[in-house]
Design a protein around this ligand. Structure first.
Ligand code: NDP
Ligand code: 2IT
Length: 448
């Protein structure tokens, strides 16, 4: 069997064994397609079954999460934690609370996380979890009881050297606080490093809140620099208006760009003056409101419940909401409007068809594994601070983040050049570089 046949056989088996998990199939296909040159140079990875082992999580947990709502009614959600790979360190990756969460989504996210975490150069394995709980419209008390019930099951699988969750969609500082409190209560241990994304003041790291959005913009800045360009004076569209999107907007503005549109699941917002970030932060971080409310405070802006945010002309697009939010038609519209660069702040926001459109048009494209790695990298910095009982300044932490993003960018380009001959192929570069680091560790650790 040659390398292509081997990869095809692994993919066929992934589909057969994981029926109905469309997002996991999609994520696996994207990585596997990039591995031919790496496996041709390393036949020992085929002999030791590295790829077959990588696509099978080390452990998958699914559990009942019962809780009582404010009216006294019993609710039941489903919780997940997929511990995908511990080759490089404890399982590491966020928790997502969203009604769309199912096993296939958690597995796609956990699989991506393995390679992303490897790219950061830190000692972190890959995992992901969450629940089909919808925090929208829930009181703080309801969210607290849900988090306590979730942790009452999950705590036995966690530990600072075992599995270290963080936030993702629907999980921010509030939820991490409740989860940490329950873990501490059950275990009777103040184990700071068991969760990251904690608020600053009791174990959280400066710049973790900002890290994913800032990191995605740093990565884009590096991509633009390869063509002698930068953010200054550029029009930018950012989708989403959550944690990643807000801090992407903040950094774009700091670098002289202008974000003219953003979105949430109810529609999108255009503000030609540039998004007023203080207003948007107050709406989203404090009031937990909809972006349509922005227009009440700023009537010159326009909200649209229909249509597509990526139809708004821009030089740079940063999809920062959710998977498969940017399809072929969006990509065609962006290219027609002259987009120069696209970087994925979210995980897998661009469909494979959209990525193909960018590739054909020669648009710089930064895949999520590389572009949004700043969040988890700063989580690893939080773990370092917790382990040494130290607190670094914002500046010190942000400069480490910037250094990691520059290094991830360089790794993508040099690996793409070495394994495919085209240093602009960030998809190949990110997948191959992440894979090689994990594969080396797996080969050394034996068949486990
Ligand atoms: P948040 O919950 O803070 O924000 C999510 C944003 O995306 C909201 O604006 C939300 O709108 C929108 N959104 C979510 N789901 C959908 C959907 N199905 N359709 C349309 N819009 C949707 O999450 P984050 O900002 O933390 O995460 C955003 C993305 O970034 C995710 O893909 C996540 O996996 C990824 N990511 C996050 C990291 C982090 O550190 N937080 C690190 C790396 C990647 P609404 O409020 O209306 O639901
Ligand atoms: O997708 C991601 O990288 C995250 N949600 C952050 C994970 C983490 O452990 O900080």
């Amino acid at each position: 069997m040659n390398v292509s046949e081997h990869i095809e056989a692994v993919y066929t088996e992934v589909r057969r064994r994981n029926p109905g998990e469309a997002e996991f199939h999609q994520a696996a296909a994207e990585v596997l397609e990039s591995l031919t040159p790496a496996l041709e140079r390393h036949p020992e990875y085929i002999e030791t079954g590295i790829v077959e082992r990588l696509v099978e999580p080390e452990r998958q947990l699914i559990f009942r999460v019962p809780w009582v709502d404010d009216r006294g009614a019993v609710r039941v959600n489903r919780g997940f934690r997929v511990e995908f790979s511990s080759a490089l360190g404890p399982y590491k990756g966020g928790l997502r609370f969203h009604p769309s969460v199912n096993l296939g989504i958690v597995k796609f996210l956990g699989f991506e996380q393995i390679f992303k975490n490897a790219l950061t150069g830190m000692a972190i394995g890959g995992g992901k979890g969450g629940a089909d709980f919808d925090p929208k419209g829930r009181s703080d008390g309801e969210v607290m009881r849900f988090c306590q019930s979730f942790m009452t099951e999950l705590y036995r699988h966690l530990g600072e050297h075992t599995d270290v969750p963080a936030g993702d969609i629907g999980v921010g500082g509030r939820e991490i606080g409740y989860l940490f409190g329950q873990y501490k209560r059950i275990t009777n241990r103040y184990e700071s490093g068991v969760l990251t994304g904690k608020p600053v003041g009791w174990g959280g790291s400066h710049a973790r809140t900002e890290a994913t959005g800032y990191g995605a913009v740093y990565f884009t800045q590096e991509m633009l620099a390869t063509r002698g360009e930068d953010f200054d004076g550029r029009r930018v569209v950012v989708s989403g208006s959550g944690n990643v999107a807000l801090y992407a907007v903040e950094k774009v503005h700091a670098l002289g760009g202008r974000v003219v549109a953003c979105s949430d699941s109810s529609g999108y917002l255009v503000d030609e003056d540039g998004i007023d970030l203080e207003l948007l932060k107050d709406l989203k971080e404090v009031r937990r409101a909809r972006i349509s409310d922005y227009v009440e405070a700023k009537p010159a802006a326009r909200f649209s419940a229909r249509g597509r945010v990526f139809d708004i002309p821009c030089d740079i697009a940063l999809p920062c909401a959710t998977q498969n939010e940017l399809g072929r038609d969006d990509a065609v519209a962006l290219v027609k409007n002259g987009v120069r660069a696209v970087a994925e702040g979210a995980n897998m926001p661009c469909t494979p068809e959209a990525v193909a459109v960018f590739r054909e048009a020669g648009v710089l494209f930064g895949p999520g594994k590389a572009a949004n790695a700043g969040g988890v990298a700063t989580s690893a910095l939080e773990m370092q601070q917790n382990a040494s009982r130290d607190t670094w300044s914002f500046e010190q932490t942000e400069s480490r983040l910037a250094e990691v993003m520059r290094d991830v960018h360089t790794q993508c380009r040099t690996t793409a050049e070495a394994y495919g001959g085209n240093s602009d192929d960030y998809v190949l570069g990110a997948n191959a570089a992440g894979f090689l680091r994990v594969a080396d560790a797996m080969a050394a650790q034996g068949v486990i």
